[in-house]
Design a protein around this ligand. Structure first.
Ligand code: G3H
Ligand code: 13P
Ligand code: ZN
Length: 328
């Protein structure tokens, strides 16, 4: 059945678990994630970015979401817009059946200029009012994702956000978070504490200097009833790096967010945990393996099926680790 983010995260808060939000871009990912949810009896958040919507087509995406809820009627599915960059993007998602939208007003609609307080409050509040009329949940973001190691918004080569950011931008302030939630009425709040999107988050296993989980604890103390969201939460497991590199891929050694840090977050108000990179790596590693092992192969099912199997396994592990398993 379809469920809103608010319904799902209220249940997660009541029972002290977290819910992974997996990004989808195609049928294979949708089916593999659903299979894992079914195997572990977990509710699930399927999220689509603007890029995913452009890749799949909104109508195709809508029917795909309807299809998976029909195939697995007993699994609660929240369909969420990841990183909406302006109110109109959120509204068109609602028109296509999303039960939850993220208005990311931490960055201007151009995707590279850090936004000021007034802009963020204005666009987020606007989306909150509109979405709530339609019975749709809203996630907002306060603070800019980025590396505390380099001071760059969005890790890797630093593209995304312009210029170096100061600590006040990279770490969400608990008092401001309280004010932001009060003014915007968001159902869930994404916070910044050192994670960033993609594979290159940390140059070593992260400690409290670069992954500030204490900031999450402070925000949760200030806002015990607000559902917190961790973006950039792929763990970038060494095994997945190894498979990718063994079969011709080229990924520099890197570290993601360790599962025990996410579990610590879940003990302190984190209810939604965004994961895309790990899913991409799980699938692409298998595609690389099959094509490297048999260069004569040209049937897409022969490499997509192992890719789906690897993605399902990863999702099952996250459902188990976050306490989502058994909560469907
Ligand atoms: O927010 C980042 C997610 O990994 C989605 O990425 O915009 O390339 O689809 P994307
Ligand atoms: P990762 O790149 O760590 O998977 O983060 C995904 C994300 O935050 C999507 O919004
Ligand atoms: Zn994100």
């Amino acid at each position: 059945a379809r469920i809103t983010l608010r319904q799902l995260l209220d249940d997660a808060a009541e029972h002290g678990y977290g819910v992974p939000a997996f990004n989808i871009n195609n049928m294979e990912q949708a089916l593999a994630i659903m299979e894992a949810a079914d195997d572990t009896d977990s509710p699930v958040i399927l999220q689509a970015s603007r890029g995913a919507r452009a890749y799949v087509n909104d109508i195709m995406l809508k029917h795909m979401m309807d299809a998976v809820t029909e195939i697995y009627p007993h699994i609660p599915v929240c369909v969420h817009l990841d990183h909406g960059n302006e109110p109109s993007t959120c509204v068109t998602a609602i028109q296509h059946g999303f039960t939850s939208v993220m208005m990311d007003g931490s960055i201007r609609a151009d995707g590279k200029t850090p936004a000021d307080w007034d802009y963020n409050v204005r666009v987020t509040k606007n989306v909150s009012e509109t979405a709530h009329w339609a019975g749709v949940s809203v996630e907002g973001e306060l603070g800019v994702l980025g590396s505390l190691e380099t001071g760059m918004g969005e890790a890797e080569d630093g593209h995304g956000v312009e210029g170096k950011l100061d600590l006040h931008q990279l770490l969400t302030d608990p008092d401001e978070a309280a004010k932001f939630v009060e003014e915007t009425k968001v159902d869930a709040l994404a916070v910044a504490m050192g994670t960033s999107h993609g594979a290159y988050k940390f140059s070593r296993r992260p400690d409290g200097d670069v992954l500030a989980m204490d900031v999450i604890e402070a925000i949760h103390r200030k806002l015990p009833n607000t559902h917190l969201v961790m973006h950039g939460s792929s763990s970038v497991p060494e095994e997945l790096q190894e498979i990718f590199n063994t079969f011709g891929g080229r990924m520099k050694p890197t570290w993601g967010v360790p599962l025990d840090e996410i579990q610590r977050g879940i003990r302190h108000g984190v209810r939604k945990v965004n994961i895309d990179t790990d899913c991409r790596m799980a699938m692409t590693g298998q595609v690389r393996r099959v094509l490297a092992e048999d260069p004569t192969e040209f049937d897409p099912r022969k490499y997509l099926k192992p890719a789906m199997t690897a993605l399902s396994k990863l999702c099952r592990e996250r459902f188990e680790a976050f306490g989502t398993a058994g909560r469907a």
